[in-house]
Every structure is written in C-alpha cells, then in structure tokens.
Design a binder for this molecule. Structure first.
Ligand code: DGL
Length: 275
C-alpha cells in the first residue's frame, strides 16, 4: 500500500487525457499533474532539449514524492524511452509502448499508421518498437498543426477538416486499418480524424491503454492507495501561464476541472490546486 500521489507529466494540457483515464479507472488514487507550459510545445523542439526539460520536471516530481511517474507525452516519451526507467526508483510508465501493444493486437491487415509531432515521428521510437514485428508495416506522418488546433480549443470545423485531409489522405490511401494517435492532444480530434479515415480504420490512443498499465503496475507492486479519505488532485503548470492552462483544461475536459485555485509557489512555477 502506498498513499503518495501518482505523478503524471506532460508538456502542457494534452496529458490531461491520460490523467482523466487514470481517474476513471482509479478514482481512489491521488494525482499530481504537471504541465511544462513554460516550454510547451515540445513537438517542434530538438529531442535533446525535450529530454532536458522533461528530466528536470520529473526529477522534481520524484523529489517531492510520487509513487509512480507517468510520462503522458509522446514527444517526451520518445526522447526518454531508453533511460527513464533506470533513472528513478519509482515505476516509470510512458505512452508509446501501450499504444504499440494495442495497435499490434488490433490490426488485421498488418498496415498501421502513426501520426504525432515532428519530434515523435523523427525520433523513430515507434518504428523501433514496431520493427520487431515483421508482419507489420508502419506508415508515419507528422501533424504539427493538430496540436495548434487543440491548443486554440478548436476540435471541429472546416479549417480542421481541410488540414486533416491534407495530413491523412496519404495514410488512407496506404490502406491502413489501424491508426495510432501518437500525441496526447489527438484524442480531442477523434471525430475529425475518424471522419477523414472512415469507419474501417480503428483509432488507437494511449490514454486508456496507459491507464490500464497504471492499474496493473500499481496492483503488481502493491502500490494501491489504502487511505479512505477522498483522493486529491493537484494540477501544476510551470512558467507564468496558468490562465491559459486552466482555460484549455476547462474547455477540453469540461466538468473534469470544476473549480480551481491559483497559488504562487515561487519563481519556478505556479501551483494550480483543484478542490
Ligand atoms: N504532449 C505532446 C505529445 O504528446 C504534444 C504537445 C507538444 O508538442 O508539446 O507529443
């Protein structure tokens, strides 16, 4: 038994999709969520820089006390897939392996698509994991503007549809039957992506799969929370842009963020506490 919170980390608000899935499956678990909004977006940045930013946040989270780290950001996961597990004493989960596992179990024709940020696609982290399956061919495409749409709160409309056609037509023509949404922002665009890909293509996102992993690892390591008090949720954003974080979190998750207090904790960041 362990009553410390689960630490969930993303470059910004996208990882809230993972936090939401963890809350749904494990409502008695406390969560500390950190969005590195001072450095968002990670997608277009060099992978070494992303690694540096992510490690600094994760080091702090471990120091402040979490029982598990969830890297709820594909770009950060891609940057740290190899060494994050060795660096920390607590279990470290990320979003790439669950998505790959899920896609492998879903595809029937062995033709899988992957969309993500420029950083994620360039890192070839997914390619490496899929490469052990020689019955699977991976088709990839970076879709940087998708993050911009989500950040602007746009999850539908003609401009998004136009851009989705531009990004996705090649994948559709490659006759894929499974598409991995390799970015934590993309689950918000499921409708728009599905409209272009058609109902024959299954969309795989890492939020629910990662939450399944969180459940399994907590259970296997005897780390489930034993405290009978209600779980506590703390949302933190680095930098000085808490308002944007809050606005987006509310817009995207609706009642998932019912009331929020802002407190300043010093120069490094702003704590956003949810009652
Ligand atoms: N969270 C990032 C990811 O999943 C997308 C946003 C960003 O570029 O920082 O790749």
């Amino acid at each position: 038994m362990n009553n410390l919170p689960i630490g969930i980390f993303d470059s910004g608000v996208g990882g809230l999709t993972v936090a939401r899935a963890v809350r749904d499956q494990l409502p008695h678990e406390s969560i500390t969520y950190v969005g590195d909004t001072a450095h968002t977006p990670y997608g277009p940045k060099p992978i070494a820089r992303v690694r540096e930013y992510a490690l600094s946040v994760l080091d702090d989270m471990v120091e402040q006390g979490v029982k598990m780290l969830v890297i709820a950001c594909n770009t950060a996961s891609a940057a740290m897939l190899r060494d994050a597990h060795e660096r920390y004493d607590v279990p470290v989960l990320e979003v790439i392996q669950p998505a790959v596992r899920s896609a492998v179990s879903i595809t029937k024709n062995g033709r899988v698509g992957l969309i993500g940020t420029v950083g994620t696609i360039k890192s070839r982290a997914y390619d490496d994991l899929f490469s052990i399956r020689d019955d699977i061919t991976l088709f990839t495409r970076a879709c940087p503007r998708f993050v911009e749409f989500v950040e602007e709160g746009v999850t539908a409309g003609p401009e998004l549809h136009r851009v989705a056609i531009e990004y996705l037509t090649e994948l559709k023509e490659a006759n894929i039957d499974t598409l991995v949404l390799g970015c934590t922002h993309y689950p918000f665009l499921r409708g728009a992506i599905s409209r272009v890909m058609g109902s024959g293509v299954r969309l795989v996102s890492s939020d629910i799969e990662t939450a399944n992993d969180v459940y399994r690892v907590l259970a296997e390591h005897g780390l489930m929370r034993g405290d009978s008090h209600p779980a506590e949720y703390r949302y933190k954003a680095t930098g000085d842009n808490a308002d944007t974080f809050l606005l987006l979190a509310e817009r995207l998750l609706g009642s998932g963020v019912p009331s929020v207090d802002l407190i300043t904790t010093g120069t490094r960041g702003i704590d956003i506490i949810q009652d």
